[in-house]
Write a protein that binds this ligand. Structure first.
Ligand code: NZQ
Ligand code: ZN
Length: 404
């Protein structure tokens, strides 16, 4: 079924797409880390990792052995926490400069990869690395090369030119972007995600779905190819997530989620079309303020954003509802179909163990105005967010209130 979207005016935008990350996918691929570092020119490596999952699983030792096999010297810096902080980035920059590191190897999830990207950009830069998180792009060649060994399918940082860091002073969670931040290689072994707790797996699935939906809600007309790609990846999440939650060792389900998670965010589904991204901005205030998992915050934010905005383009929401959520199209009342799709999304999120309300996140009504203000204006923002619907500070506060 093709849907008419009369109110959308633009046509597919011109674009360039260059996504030169080398992916090594599958069982045992972490043993290739040393060879890949060498291939991409690394001679002294900083291995960066998180709170210890990679130590406990033995992955860190396997990665170190693969560097040793290639006679590549390395130093280590662990301790990245979810919603990574600027303090450890400054420490990493100092260590990497002192030790004359020329390659950063991230072993972990999106937080570890993002912290690695920040260090990689900060080492050769004369100023404060935070400049990149205030809008200065990290062009190609401006950062040390980064490789990743991914342990959770979620943020998509393994194939994206983005990094998100929280500055402790003022709890500002902000993004940097630019081709210099795209990993030169990423190792994706789905087996490495089998040790994830069900909650983290579900947070990752939710984040992947959010990356797809941020692109789905577009003002650009006639972008059927990318619409269909997004729908395919959403359907994959809906099919595979319950399988992996029932059986954490289901390799095929883990593998499908891992590859879809990369494609959800390397922008192959987002080219040539306007995108929204308000929900991410609204969520980042929650994870900055309460240190909740990004995916859990998105489970609370996205349905609220949809409920607030579906009237902007009812047929797009109805298209999502019928093609992805299996709703019957009500031609006499498309709004009903749109709303049913949102309701099914919420039920799905609940079924995989995600929160749906402020209270479940530990968030407080009294912070709504502060967060809405920061979201609209923090770090020199223009006062509005969102490419599909332009939201003011008051709109953002109203969306937070829908989550109470
Ligand atoms: O720190 P460790 O001990 O490794 O534990 C982590 C952490 O507690 C654990 N974990 C990861 N892999 C595991 C594992 N536990 C057991 N077995 C494994 N195999 O999971 C927890 C969460 O890890 P984290 O790296 O924080 O998860 P995620 O990949 O979801 O990253 C979230 C961060 O990425 C940002 C988010 O805002 C958030 O700060 N994002 C980055 C983006 C990007 N760079 O393109 C885009 C996203 O929209 C997102 O904003
Ligand atoms: Zn995200």
């Amino acid at each position: 079924m093709l849907f008419e979207h009369a109110e959308r005016k633009e046509k597919m935008d011109n674009f360039t797409f260059y996504s030169p990350t080398y992916f090594a996918f599958g069982k045992g691929q972490e043993q290739e880390a040393g060879k890949l570092v060498k291939r991409f020119g690394g001679t002294k490596v900083l291995i960066h990792y998180g709170g210890g999952s990679v130590v406990r699983s033995g992955l860190l030792d396997r990665v170190k052995a693969s560097l040793e096999a290639e006679a590549i010297p390395y130093i280590e810096l662990g301790g990245v926490q979810p919603n990574p902080r600027s303090g450890l980035v400054y420490e990493g920059i100092q260590i990497a400069r002192r030790e004359k590191v020329d390659f950063i190897l991230a072993v972990g999830g999106g937080s570890t990869i993002d912290s690695s990207k920040a260090i990689a950009a900060g080492v050769p830069y004369d100023g404060d690395f935070w400049d990149f998180y205030c809008g200065k792009p990290v062009e190609k060649g401006m950062a040390l090369p980064i490789g990743t060994v991914l342990t959770i399918a979620a943020a998509g940082s393994e194939g994206s030119p983005d990094s998100v860091i929280t500055r402790e002073d003022g709890l500002l969670k902000r993004g940097a972007s630019g081709e210099g931040l795209r990993p030169v290689f990423s190792i994706l072994n789905p087996e490495l995600t089998q040790t994830l707790p069900a909650y983290q797996t579900a947070c990752g699935v939710t984040d992947i779905m959010a990356h797809l939906l941020e692109r789905y809600f577009t003002r650009t007309a006639n972008v059927e190819a990318t619409d269909r790609m997004i729908e395919a990846h959403l359907l994959t999440m809906i099919h595979e997530a319950p399988l992996v939650i029932a059986d954490p060792n289901n390799y095929d389900a883990r593998a499908n989620i891992m590859w879809a998670g990369m494609m959800a965010h390397n922008n192959s589904c987002g080219v040539g079309r306007s995108q929204d991204w308000a929900s991410h901005g609204i969520e980042h205030e929650l994870s900055a303020q309460y240190d909740c998992a990004h995916g859990a915050g998105l489970a609370v934010v996205f349905p609220a954003w949809m409920t607030y905005n579906y009237k902007e383009d009812v047929m797009r929401f109805a298209q999502l509802a019928t093609r992805v959520w299996g709703c019957q199209m009500n031609f006499a009342n498309p709004e009903e179909t749109a709303l049913e799709g949102i309701a099914r999304f919420k039920s799905f999120l609940k079924s995989i163990g995600m929160p749906l309300t402020f209270a479940e996140l530990g968030a407080s009504e009294s912070d709504i105005e502060l967060m809405a203000h920061r979201c609209a204006y923090g770090n020199g923002g223009s006062g509005t967010v969102g490419g599909f619907v332009s939201l003011t500070e008051e709109d953002i506060a109203s969306i937070y209130r829908l989550m109470l």
